[in-house]
Design a protein around this ligand. Structure first.
Ligand code: SAM
Length: 327
């Protein structure tokens, strides 16, 4: 949700001439920006408060060269005696009994992997398999209400897993820098970087910006549901969303203000959209308190959430994407 994948080249056009070697992506999400910048030879630090975002970054941004080999894959697919947590807790909710058993088995084997990067790669591959094999790639409803006949839904979860390992393995490389992946609330974090890029959840009165509600299953999977209290009454067995000051109007303003103050010596780049608060002119005003020059680039972008392709082209989804750059 909210991935910048489709507009990454336009964002890069505006960033590439700026003088920076190190970059913090403070709200990494899918990590397409961080990975792209790693490919451009930057020293990258990513952060996101969701563990399933962090683990992907660890697998392909922080990871300098570890991959999963055939022995590892055999090990990951080995039958074991596990606690059957997914089979029991998520019975008849998202996946079949057989698929739940597969997830329990692989999750248990992953927890035995000692190499932190192999561990991150295997978890990222398992998360990707779950997203691919899930109707619309989100976990807000029971069953396959929106089975759109996608090929992904027909492929077995095991085949998705093997394919995903290959995709993640191929994404691993060393760009010569020590890159770093973090899993914190950005409001509690300080990292020194020449440029900081912020793409927080956008507060709009209409749209849903709750990442935990949509992705709780894969978030729980990565954390092995350790320390997570499932709301037993919820049909989809979700857990309480993480608080984010950026997701609410009454706290978004001061949250931005604190970020700008904290990173006033770095170049500050922010992605934000035309239907959000703070508004464009408010953000410019706030940035100008800390930076002497602010440029706003407009990038036309139609948002697509999950796999709701029917919504693409819907007028409510048509917003202008802004890239603010404060130097
Ligand atoms: C708009 S998305 C980022 C999308 C990303 N740029 C991409 O291209 O995929 C916002 C991200 O911010 C994260 N997030 C929300 N509040 C946060 C907070 N207070 N601290 C850290 N991460 C947060 C969410 O988990 C989500 O992944």
């Amino acid at each position: 949700m909210g991935s910048k994948n489709k507009i990454i080249n336009e964002i890069w056009e505006h960033l590439k001439s700026l003088p920076f070697e190190s970059v913090l992506d403070g709200f990494g999400g899918s990590n397409v920006i961080g990975y792209f910048l790693k490919c451009q030879g930057k020293r990258v630090i990513t952060n996101d408060f969701m563990a399933f975002s962090y683990i992907t970054s660890k697998a392909i941004i922080e990871n300098p060269g570890h991959t999963l080999d055939n022995n590892d894959i055999d090990f990951l697919l080995k039958a074991n005696s596990n606690n059957g947590f997914i089979k029991e807790t998520f019975k008849d909710i998202f996946y079949s009994e057989f698929e739940n058993e597969f997830l329990d088995m692989v999750r248990e084997n992953i927890s035995q992997l000692e190499d932190e990067y192999k561990h991150a790669l295997a978890l990222s591959a398992l998360v990707r398999s779950c997203l691919k094999k899930r109707s619309r790639g989100i976990f807000t409803f029971v069953g396959e209400r929106y089975d759109d006949g996608r090929k992904d839904m027909k492929k077995s979860i095991k085949d998705h897993f093997i394919e995903s390992i290959d995709i993640f393995n191929k994404a691993v490389f060393d760009n010569g820098f020590v890159n770093e992946s973090l899993n914190q609330k950005s409001e509690d974090l300080f990292v020194e970087a020449d440029l900081v890029y912020f793409d927080p959840p956008y507060f709009t009165p209409k749209s849903d910006n709750d990442y935990v509600r949509r992705y709780h299953f894969v978030e729980g999977l990565v954390k092995n549901w350790d320390g997570i209290e499932i709301q037993q009454r919820s049909k989809v067995k979700k857990f309480k969303s993480y608080d984010s000051p950026f997701a609410k109007k009454d706290t978004a303003y001061s949250a931005f203000e604190h970020l700008f103050e904290k990173y006033k010596t770095s170049i500050i780049a922010i992605s934000y959209s035309s239907n959000s608060y703070p508004t464009k002119s408010e953000l410019i005003e706030m940035l100008l308190r800390y930076k002497s020059n602010v440029i706003v680039h407009e990038i036309n972008h139609t948002y697509s959430f999950g796999n709701q392709n029917h919504k693409i082209g819907n007028k409510n989804n048509r917003v202008t994407e802004f890239l603010f750059i404060g130097t």
